[in-house]
Design a protein around this ligand. Structure first.
Ligand code: ARE
Ligand code: CA
Length: 499
């Protein structure tokens, strides 16, 4: 039942991490739609436990209390309004769904939840779903603690508690039905797909049964018969018995090796170099391109949670980060996801961030602050908005323009200077060496003058250029010169930047 219908081959998803629904609606209309972003990944929309110690961490949203749709991002009405406005603006919404578990076993009892629903964690009672003790896996889990203790044992990874989170029994029809009904309520509202959290911890056949109960996309916005686009979070860096490939028949799967390896190459660790990227993809042990959801960083590994390790690049290292994101968006592998973050008071102590829990910019009552947009298009108030950096925005356009074209005209200097094209639609040159890149390269592009979309871009009138001008000759060759000291040591041109 899995087809990618409307979404396969589409290009860039942006994760507006912890944004409010109202702000996302505006962003779709004012920015994402006009700039060709394909979709937004939203933070989990379901009701979650309110954590006070530490104060309102971002990760409380990964502890559901019910499938009611009120959260720190807004009300159900605001969610509905956002979905319809984004769809109208041509931007799909993918919801992050947390279905492996409910809240922590130690979350207590009461109504400290985002819609005020009653729960009792020690008795495993969630009457607003409803779930009760028989809907959890306690009888199946055999570890002493009840938690996952060893990732080498596939049974405990699926049937025990992930970091103490109450583990749902998806073998039971009631649980399957409740989860599917939650996802269907979102589909009926116009959501186009899902990021499914913690899939490693659920049996593929159970997920298959749940996905099989899902409705088609809402025909108010999507063609009759369209299926949801599903990408599953499975962290597979090798070395564990559970493989990403067990899930790839059900939907796309996150490829965590991608950001870890790309980060290492751009950092030039262990003599990794850009020239090695000539073969980046399946031959590096990555899953097949048409199954992969790729990203430079995500909401976990940008703060030391999840996986990927210290090679992961984030907005904290903007120069290398932009290079990595530009490479990803120019390269044909996978469906790409961009991270849009908020800044927090990072406190690294022996490599570990003491403040890795900190939630989004918020008021003293815990409610999330709006995202202010500055006159120059950047975001204010600790919202980083990587997706609004012009280099990243313009590379999203590059990816759209180049879509469907093969990687072509690869060039490298054997070290950290590379270039490649996408058929006759686009060409990128990156200099991550310590010396100047100065070369005449075959671009594969039609002759003409192009505007570099990294140092600037074409003016609205279409004839001016605020960046470097690149002249492609009749023979398809162009001369590129990039100093190692440049703030953005890369150049990109595409059909849409022709002057
Ligand atoms: C929080 C506290 C914990 C506490 C727990 C319950 O931090 O100390 O025990 O609450 O009280 C997020 C946070 C967690 C947080 C959780 C619930 O990251 O810190 O726990 O929310 O509030 C594994 C999973 C993978 C998972 C990562 C984080 O396989 O699915 O761990 N990623 C997703 C989300 C997270 C989220 C959850 C799942 C839970 O993206 O944001 O957690 O919904 C190896 C293995 C990986 C393993 C990794 C880290 O690499 O191969 O499988 O990932 O180690 O353990
Ligand atoms: Ca489980």
């Amino acid at each position: 039942h899995y087809h990618c219908s409307t979404t396969c081959g589409t290009t860039s998803i942006v994760h507006l991490f912890e944004w409010r629904w109202r702000d996302i609606a505006e962003e779709c209309e004012n920015y994402l739609g006009p700039n060709g972003f394909d979709a937004v990944q939203i933070s989990p929309p379901s009701e979650n436990v309110v954590v006070a110690q530490p104060w309102r961490p971002w990760w409380e949203r990964y502890q559901p209390i019910s499938y009611k749709l009120c959260s720190r991002s807004g009300t159900e009405q605001e969610l509905r309004d956002m979905i319809s406005r984004c769809n109208k603006a041509g931007v799909k919404i993918y919801a992050d769904v947390v279905i492996n578990h409910m809240c922590s076993a130690s979350a207590g009892e009461g109504r400290r939840s985002t819609c005020g629903s009653y729960f009792n964690a020690s008795k495993e009672e969630f009457p607003s779903v409803p779930y009760s003790a028989s809907h959890f896996n306690d009888d199946k889990c055999t570890t002493a603690s009840g938690n996952i203790e060893n990732y080498q044992d596939i049974y405990q990874v699926r049937d025990c508690r992930l970091v103490g989170l109450l583990d749902l029994a998806h073998r039971k029809e009631h649980v399957r039905e409740r989860v599917a009904s939650y996802m269907n309520s979102l589909l009926d509202m116009g959501v186009a797909g899902f990021r499914v959290d913690a899939c490693k911890h659920m049996w593929p056949q159970d997920l298959n049964a749940i996905y099989g109960q899902l409705h088609n996309l809402n025909t108010e916005w999507f063609p009759e018969g369209s299926r949801p686009f599903i990408y599953q979070e499975v962290i597979d860096l090798g070395g564990e018995p559970i493989k990403a490939s067990e899930y790839s028949g059900l939907g796309h799967v996150t490829e965590f090796k991608y950001g870890a390896k790309l980060g290492s190459v751009i950092r030039r660790w262990n003599r990794d170099k850009l020239a090695d990227l000539k073969t980046f993809g399946e031959s590096w042990g990555l899953m097949p391109s048409n199954q992969a959801l790729v990203f430079v960083d995500n909401h976990d590994n940008q703060r030391g949670h999840g996986a990927g390790g210290t090679s992961i690049l984030t907005f904290w290292e903007p120069r290398m980060y932009k290079m990595a994101v530009a490479f990803m968006l120019a390269h044909p592998y996978g469906v790409t996801r961009l991270m849009s973050s908020y800044r927090w008071d990072r406190r690294l102590l022996d490599g570990k961030d003491q403040n890795d829990w900190m939630g989004p910019p918020s008021y003293p009552d815990g409610s999330t602050k709006p995202v202010p947009i500055n006159p120059d298009g950047s975001c204010g108030g600790d919202w980083v908005c990587e997706h609004r950096w012009h280099q990243i925005r313009n590379m999203v356009t590059f990816r759209n323009v180049a879509h469907g074209q093969p990687l072509s005209n690869w060039w490298d200097n054997g070290e950290n200077q590379i270039a490649f094209g996408r058929g006759d639609r686009g060409f990128i040159v990156i200099n991550n060496d310590d010396c100047t890149l100065d070369a005449s390269l075959q671009t594969g592009m039609p002759a003409g003058c192009y505007c570099d979309v990294i140092s600037g871009q074409r003016t609205a009138a279409g004839t001016g250029c605020t960046g470097k001008r690149i002249t492609v000759g009749e023979d398809g060759r162009a001369r590129f010169s990039i100093k190692a000291s440049e703030e953005d040591p890369f150049v990109a041109i595409h059909s849409g930047s022709k002057l």
